[in-house]
Design a protein around this ligand. Structure first.
Ligand SMILES: *[C@@H]1O[C@H](CO)[C@@H](O)[C@H](O)[C@H]1NC(C)=O
Ligand SMILES: *[C@@H]1O[C@H](CO)[C@@H](O)[C@H](O)[C@H]1NC(C)=O
Ligand SMILES: *[C@@H]1O[C@H](CO)[C@@H](O)[C@H](O)[C@H]1NC(C)=O
Length: 358
């Protein structure tokens, strides 16, 4: 069903180019599957979500390693951002406002007094246009596009966005999020919010999974999870994952688990840098994440309680998120790496996920 409307859209796009307005409004919500070797991923153009990602364990047994839902209806009602593409500015903006070139922009508060993941109707709550779907071949991929208008959720300027999901073979997947600011400068911070459980989405908690995070500094937060603006060393804190250890090994020193941004070591503009490695000893699955972004948010689903796929109830610590990103609340901290994209400039966030077994 979805494919019919997609090809109809394609012909319009070919004739009128990107200005074929009405096309995205007619776009139907569909599910798009990519398969290469033993890795398969299901995606939807509703919020450009990852619905499932299936990879083998050390015995060759396939398992779905991301949390999610069985129906699009549940994604529409979701408040956890399972597998979502969040934006225009993912993570938090304190006080739901920021000043850019002397103008104050007021957003919609949806997390206490602050804005989280772009606001109540951010990019994970809109229908994206399917620009390309190539399920076969060496590098199966799908391209989702979205045109965010000036003033949407309070943000300045039109922004043209695409997300490309691609399988590269050898159990590798890339996600590339690009955006172009058309007439006004705007902050942009697009994030993939997959909830990973390498033991399987319905296997229980991730406390015994081993993790290494390549960040020797992190950005401490206040009680509302807003960064103080400091960038401090992990040395001597429960945030130190420079050497691999289990997720739960220092939980007793924390109030609720992890929800914190790391500054990735060695990160530089547009340079692909290793952010983290997770290893689940029971299944043998290993996931390595690299990115060209300066930060990674480590979240251990601390308050999760949600019915998901197959009726399974996901409880606190049922998964971990490793959201590569610009730093949370960067627009209100001039010392953080800038997220401002000026008119005519582009934003480019690349993520590489490598799956293997040990
Ligand atoms: C897929 O998994 C099977 C069973 O473990 C293995 O024999 C095969 O080599 C794998 N295929 C690829 C392309 O990795
Ligand atoms: C919608 O989400 C809320 C909050 O997670 C949940 O309590 C409710 O059961 C959901 N409703 C449906 C129809 O899924
Ligand atoms: C905002 O200010 C910056 C730095 O002064 C400048 O480079 C940019 O062009 C300005 N953007 C707009 C839209 O005025």
């Amino acid at each position: 069903m979805a494919r019919l409307s997609v090809s109809w859209c394609f012909s319009l796009l070919q004739i009128f180019g990107f200005l074929a307005i009405g096309c995205s409004a007619r776009e139907e919500i569909g599910i798009y599957e990519l398969k290469q070797g033993n890795l398969s991923v299901k995606l939807t153009n509703y919020g450009a979500h990852i619905i499932s990602l299936v990879v083998p364990d050390k015995h060759g047994k396939l398992g779905d390693v991301v949390l999610g839902y069985d129906t699009i209806k549940e994604y529409k009602n979701d408040s956890s951002s399972f597998g979502a593409t969040v934006g225009r500015v993912g993570n938090r903006i304190s006080g739901a406002q920021f000043t850019l070139n002397g103008t104050l922009y007021k957003l919609i508060a949806n997390d206490g007094k602050n804005t989280l993941h772009g606001g109540p109707k951010g990019f994970s709550k809109v229908v994206w246009t399917v620009k390309k779907y190539s399920p076969e071949g060496q590098t199966p991929h799908v391209v989702f596009a979205y045109h965010s208008v000036d003033g949407e959720q309070g943000f300045p300027g039109d922004l043209r966005v695409i997300v490309v999901y691609k399988l590269l073979g050898d159990n590798k997947m890339s996600i590339n999020m690009k955006a172009k600011a058309l007439k006004k400068a705007t902050p942009v911070n697009l994030i993939n919010h997959a909830y990973w459980n390498l033991g399987g989405h319905d296997s229980g908690d991730i406390l015994s999974e081993e993790i290494q995070i390549f960040g020797s500094h992190y950005t401490p937060v206040d009680a509302q999870l807003i960064p103080t603006g400091k960038v401090v060393t992990v040395k001597g804190t429960p945030y130190d994952f420079l050497r691999p250890r289990t997720v739960g090994s220092m939980f007793s020193k924390l109030t609720a688990g992890y929800d914190i941004n790391y500054a990735i070591d060695g990160s530089a503009e547009q340079k692909l840098t290793k952010a983290a490695i997770v290893h689940d000893k029971k299944s043998g699955r290993v996931m390595e994440i690299s990115t060209n972004q300066p930060g990674v948010q480590f979240y251990t689903s601390n308050t999760l309680y949600q019915k998901g796929k197959g009726g399974f109830t996901y409880k606190p610590h049922a998964a971990l998120c490793l959201e590569t990103q610009g730093f949370s609340d960067s627009v209100n901290h001039p010392n953080f790496p800038s997220q401002i994209v000026n008119p005519g400039e582009s934003y480019n966030h690349y993520m590489l996920f490598k799956f293997s077994n040990l």
